[in-house]
Write a protein of this length. Structure first.
Length: 297
C-alpha cells in the first residue's frame, strides 16, 4: 500500500486528491518500481483536465498523475527483458499507473538502467524533456554551424534542446520573457525578449515549445519548423516531433547527463505531499527549467 496523487474525474486542480492504493502488480511486459523521483510536466495537467482523452480516456478512475519517474525495480514481468530487481532505472509510465506515487509500473521497453552517479532527480527528467530534445534534434538533422531558434527556451524541453544543440555545434537563439534571459545566456544561447521586441530574423530551423499564436509568429522565420506541443504546426508547413519512447533513447540521454553535456536545470524539488504546488506552478506557465518530486523529502 502506498500514497498517490490523482483524480476520480476529469477537471481542474480541484479534482486532485491523495489516496492510498495497493502496489500495482506488473504484467508480463512491465516493471514495478519504487519511485525515488518523478518529473512534473504540462502533459500531467492536460491529462487530468481530459484534454487528451485519446491517451487516458480508457484508463479507469482513479487515475494517478505523472508520466515519468526514476527509481528502483521491485519486480519485473517475464517479458521485461534486461531489467532485474534492484536496478536503478528511469522510464515512462505508459501503463497508466502514474508516477506521483510511492510505487508505479513502467513499461519495460520504455525503461532503462541509469548510471550509479546520476542523481535520482536528474534521472526523473530524462523520459519527457530529455528524450523530446533528442528526438527534435535527430529529426531536424542540422549540420554544424546551422542556426536554430528555440521558441520558449526557458522550459524543461527548451533548455534541453538549447544545450544539446550547442553540443552539436549549432548556433542557438532563444525566445522568452525577461526573467529567462540569464538562463538562456548561461547555456550559450543568444536571447530575444519577446515582451520587449518582436522576434525577427531567418533561421535554418525553429523549434517551438509554446504553441498557439506564438507558434504562428515564429513559423515564417524557419526553413525547417518543428513543434513539441501544438500539432497544428502541420498546417503551417512544419512537423510535429516524432517521439521514440524506447530504451535506447533513455540510455543516450542518461549518458549525456553523466558526461556533463546536459543539465536538466532543475529549479524546484518538492516532496510528494506538495505535488499540488509543483503542478500548479507548471500549469501557470511561469515555471523555468524542470520541477521534480523528490520522494526522499
Amino acid at each position: 500500500m502506498g500514497t498517490a496523487l490523482g483524480y476520480r474525474e476529469f477537471g481542474t486542480a480541484d479534482v486532485q486528491e491523495f489516496f492510498d492504493r495497493p502496489d500495482p502488480v506488473p504484467g508480463p511486459a512491465e516493471v514495478l518500481v519504487r519511485v525515488a523521483a518523478a518529473g512534473v510536466n504540462p502533459l500531467d495537467h492536460l491529462l487530468r483536465s481530459g484534454h487528451v482523452r485519446e491517451l487516458n480516456g480508457h484508463v479507469p478512475f482513479p487515475q494517478v498523475l505523472g508520466m515519468e519517474a526514476a527509481g528502483t525495480v521491485l519486480a519485473a514481468g517475464e517479458d521485461a527483458t534486461g531489467l532485474e530487481v534492484g536496478d536503478r532505472v528511469t522510464g515512462f509510465a505508459l501503463t497508466g499507473a502514474g508516477t506521483y506515487a510511492e510505487t508505479t509500473l513502467l513499461l519495460g521497453e520504455s525503461t532503462a538502467r541509469i548510471p550509479d552517479t546520476l542523481p535520482w532527480t536528474w534521472a526523473a527528467t530524462i523520459p519527457v524533456a530529455g528524450t523530446t530534445a533528442l528526438d527534435v534534434l535527430d529529426q531536424l538533422d542540422l549540420p554544424v554551424g546551422a542556426s536554430l531558434l528555440v521558441n520558449g527556451i526557458g522550459g524543461g524541453v527548451g533548455i534541453a534542446v538549447a544545450q544539446l544543440a550547442r553540443d552539436r555545434g549549432l548556433v542557438v537563439t532563444g525566445t522568452g520573457s525577461t526573467a529567462k534571459r540569464e538562463l538562456a545566456t548561461k547555456y550559450g544561447a543568444a536571447f530575444i525578449d519577446y515582451t520587449a521586441s518582436s522576434v525577427v530574423g531567418r533561421f535554418d530551423a525553429v523549434v517551438d515549445t509554446v504553441g498557439g499564436e506564438s507558434l504562428r509568429t515564429v513559423a515564417p522565420l524557419a526553413k525547417k519548423l518543428i513543434a513539441v506541443g501544438d500539432q497544428s504546426v502541420t498546417e503551417l508547413g512544419g512537423e510535429f516531433v516524432h517521439r521514440r519512447l524506447d530504451r535506447a533513447s533513455l540510455e543516450r540521454v542518461a549518458e549525456l547527463m553523466a558526461a556533463g553535456r546536459l543539465d536538466p536545470h532543475i529549479t524546484g524539488t518538492y516532496p510528494l505531499a506538495r505535488a499540488h504546488d509543483a503542478l500548479a506552478l507548471v500549469e501557470s506557465r511561469h515555471a523555468s527549467g524542470k520541477l521534480v518530486l523528490d520522494l526522499s523529502l
